[in-house]
Design a protein around this ligand. Structure first.
Ligand code: GLP
Length: 260
């Protein structure tokens, strides 16, 4: 894992957007794995700005989102489809037919999950997977106890996840309890992974992911087996890393330079 500790959240966002933007420029027909969550909001804003001001084009990009709440139709204001539409798709030139998010209102969610996995495979897999991390170490909605060999399926959300998501829902709105999520294996098959975490509340999960044992207790720890993972952290999210000084010595200021 390449652990880059940036001097603040703004630099995490700038670095992530630069990497995604460069990837899109070099591989205009790439397949991106996209994530939701508040951490991604400024990243998507910066990608939209690059599209608007620098002409970065997503016209031939294909995207697959990680997950969707079960029970919410795509038009629901809190669905991840609407969220992606509002935060990114409406602001860039990506073709809607090339954007994929599981259908949360599918009559048969299990069949929808299987079809989604098959669609990713048929597209040739994910080239660059963008990830956030949950406070309990989940990636996508792969909660603790998720099989590290899992593919797209239905998952029940952990209480801490439901609690963390409360801020996105109105007080009188029911918060979904289940989701369709790509699996850990689906994520592990991506060519490259870029994971972002900011803020103190992610520090414990980040330490378990990078330095803990590989275990379903922290699903993100499976990424230790992936050969091409870059983790972008701000100092708060990195605060519980035992080897923080070592990572900073290898990558001063979180710069990604040649090692020798
Ligand atoms: C949700 C998403 C995850 C995301 C996580 C963290 O649970 N399914 O993909 O990583 O939220 O969200 P935030 O960035 O808001 O902390």
């Amino acid at each position: 894992m390449k652990v880059l500790i940036k001097d603040g959240k703004a630099l995490v966002v700038a670095d992530a957007a630069a990497r995604i933007g460069d990837h899109v420029s070099h591989y205009p027909d790439a397949t991106l794995g996209l994530a939701t969550g508040g951490t991604m909001t400024p990243v998507y804003q910066e990608l939209a700005r690059r599209h608007r001001e620098d002409g970065l084009s997503f016209a031939d990009i294909t995207s697959f989102n990680l997950d969707e709440y079960i029970g919410l139709p795509p038009s629901h204001p809190r669905s991840y489809r609407r969220d992606m539409e509002d935060r990114l798709f409406a602001h860039i030139d990506i073709k809607r037919t090339r954007t994929h998010i599981p259908a949360g209102d599918a009559a048969d969610p299990e069949a929808e999950a299987r079809t989604y996995e098959a669609r990713i495979e048929a597209a040739g897999g994910i080239d660059l997977q963008l990830l956030g991390i949950g406070v309990n170490g989940h990636i996508g909605f792969n909660e603790p106890s998720s099989s590290l060999g899992s593919t797209t399926r239905i998952k029940r959300l952990a209480p801490s996840t439901i609690e963390a998501n409360r801020r996105f829902f109105k007080a009188d709105e029911a918060i979904p309890t289940h989701a369709i999520t790509v699996g850990i294996q689906t994520i592990m098959r991506a060519g490259m992974i870029l994971l972002l975490a900011t803020g103190e509340r992610k520090a414990e999960a980040v330490a378990a992911m990078i330095e803990g044992p590989v275990s379903t207790f922290c699903p993100a720890s499976a990424l230790q087996f992936h050969p091409n993972v870059t983790v972008l952290l701000d100092p708060a999210a990195a605060s519980r890393l035992a080897l923080k000084d070592f990572y900073l010595a290898i990558h001063p200021n979180g710069e990604d330079q040649d090692l020798l």
